[in-house]
Design a protein around this ligand. Sequence first.
Ligand SMILES: [Zn+2]
Length: 70
Amino acid sequence: MTSGRDLRDQMNSDAVAEAFGFLLSGKKGYKTVIERRVEPLRCSSCSIVLQDAVKFCPECGTKVVLPVKK
Ligand SMILES: [Zn+2]
């Protein structure tokens, strides 16, 4: 079986994103924005970045209020 390369490894690579962006825009170096926005959770009181699973801010002890998902 010589079916070529396994593309699964490349699905998330920047090179693919760039190639895709080139196809869409005709510009080299253009990168498509693929829902990759990961905003860090921050303490509402002291604004430090919190880990995902914490319930209270380790810095100031404020209860962590999770952002409401729409
Ligand atoms: Zn805090």
